[in-house]
Write a protein that binds this ligand. Structure first.
Ligand code: FAD
Length: 459
């Protein structure tokens, strides 16, 4: 009997440029591809992220002619059982560097070792694996710019050859394991939410369109939520429908400032993953604990204001448009992620973790490293953060980055008839704030002064 490799898919849900798949196919011609639906991360994922995962799995299964086995349970018990069932001598994976993934993989490796099955990790969801870029003395980089230099100098492989020609084992041949339908893991998404197209082909199509039509202008347009200036690759990078190496290989041939700027943004994703690799507790704990010693609000009216922020009803149109974009699409433009986070922390005086949780609940690209460190960057508590006293002004942010008001009008129907940039200050309109839209829940100038006062009085 020919022996079989097991390829355990996790955050690498694609067939192209997949080093672990190439390694599995090289090792044994026959490969059983499996995704294990594990309740621990699933239960921690909001319904938009679960829906996207389910659809991404369905797209992958289709690309494999239905030969993707979706098993349910704890990986440490499912994988040894599967290996036994198909007589596999090896399990191939792309390494996972998240705190839960690392703990889980240690347990799985022990269980496989007991069963006499080899574990081979090839590649990761990053161009350079977290932990690999270090200072000459072996320490981690705590600051982005030198990390970026070290990361660029380290370099990355060329895209791996594709996994076509693999002899996938038919899951129907595997005895004693129940195969599941990906849709079982999709929870109903909030009414009215539209999700992006998913899967490897959608990722490649989206990337090529962006590369050919918008990349060269990225440097100027990436801050403009009213323009289609960013790539929307985050949801695909989250699940590995596309690998950053594929994007970097295309950037290599381009000399535009847009391409240079895009490479730098990809490096932020790698920097945050590296920070979490070295400081796993920093997912929910402030890297700089000084921020936790500040006075934060609780009870009323803080909770009511938190609800207004979540619903996009703060009375500040730019902030509300961002929060409603999140509810409508499960995605928010980066400029808005920064502005709405600053508003929660510095205008409403609520701890960054509350906002990070809300984002993770709704974002289709929700990622602990990029999200929680993005929040810490805004809070001023992160690995390399903006200082606390950098407080985004919700009015001037809107006027600068949405100068004609088109972005606000797209998401706030109550303000649809307000022309031009006036839409950013509805309380200055002749007829007052249009019906149905709230008055500002706080005064930005007062709350800015209050935030700075609390900062000065921190312990
Ligand atoms: P593009 O501008 O096209 O950027 C290309 C890619 O570069 C992105 O897909 C992403 O992988 C990476 N990137 C860009 N900016 C950043 C950044 N600041 N930090 C890390 N990576 C970056 N990104 C996530 O992928 N998941 C999150 O959960 C997440 N939460 C965030 C929360 C806050 C408070 C902030 C300030 C930022 C967060 N980001 C997060 C980073 C960034 O906002 C998104 O990656 C970006 O908006 C995704 O859209 P895009 O793919 O069109 O980005």
């Amino acid at each position: 009997m020919t022996s079989t490799s097991l390829l355990w898919f996790r955050r690498d849900l694609r067939l192209g440029d997949h080093p672990a798949l190439a390694a599995a196919a090289d090792h044994n011609h026959r490969v059983l591809g499996v995704f294990v639906a594990d309740d621990v991360p699933l239960d921690a994922s909001g319904s938009p992220r679960r829906a996207v995962l389910a659809r991404t799995l369905a797209a992958l299964a289709q690309a494999m002619d239905g030969r993707l086995l979706i098993a349910h349970g704890r990986p440490r018990s499912v994988l040894p059982r599967l290996a036994r069932a198909v007589d596999a001598d090896v399990v191939h994976v792309s390494a996972d560097y998240g705190p839960y993934g690392r703990r889980r993989d240690e347990q799985v490796q022990r269980a496989l070792q007991d069963a006499g099955v080899e574990w081979v990790a090839t590649g990761s969801p990053y161009a350079v694996a977290p932990g690999r870029v270090r200072k000459s003395n072996g320490e981690r980089y705590a600051v982005f710019t030198p990390f970026y230099r070290g990361w660029t100098d380290h370099g990355w492989r060329k895209p791996a050859r594709s996994g076509s020609g693999v002899d996938w084992v038919d899951p129907g041949e595997v005895d004693g394991i129940t195969a599941h339908d990906p849709q079982e893991y999709a929870r109903t998404v909030p009414a009215g939410m539209s999700l992006p197209e998913v899967g490897e082909q959608a990722a490649l199509d989206g990337w090529r369109t962006f590369r050919d039509e918008a990349l060269d202008d990225y440097d100027g347009d990436r801050d403009r939520p009213d323009r289609p200036g960013t790539s929307h690759m985050s949801v695909y990078l989250k699940w590995g429908s596309i690998h950053p190496r594929t994007l970097l290989a295309d950037l290599a041939g381009r000399r535009s400032t847009g391409a240079a700027s895009y490479r730098r943004e990809l490096a932020w994703r790698e920097f945050y993953a590296d920070s979490v690799f070295h400081l796993p507790e920093s997912v929910w704990t402030s890297v700089d604990p000084v921020i936790d010693r500040m006075a934060w609000d609780s009870g009323q009216p803080a909770e009511e204001r938190f609800e207004a922020w979540r619903a996009g009803r703060t009375g500040y149109p730019f902030i509300d448009a961002g929060m409603r974009q999140l509810l409508a699409e499960g995605w928010m433009h980066n400029r808005l992620r920064m502005a709405t986070a600053s508003f929660l922390i510095k205008d409403l005086h609520l701890p960054w973790q509350r906002g990070a949780e809300h984002f993770l609940e709704h974002l289709v690209d929700g990622d602990y490293a990029s999200n929680n460190h993005g929040w810490q960057w805004v809070a001023g508590s992160g690995a390399q953060a903006a200082p606390f006293f950098r407080i985004f002004n919700p009015l001037t942010q809107g006027e600068k980055f949405d100068p004609s008001g088109d972005f606000v009008r797209r998401y706030i129907p109550e303000l649809r008839d307000v022309p031009g940039r006036k839409v950013h200050r509805p309380w200055e309109l002749d007829g007052g704030v249009p019906a149905g839209y709230p008055e500002p829940i706080v005064d930005h100038a007062d709350e800015r002064a209050e935030a700075l006062r609390r900062w000065q009085q921190r312990g």
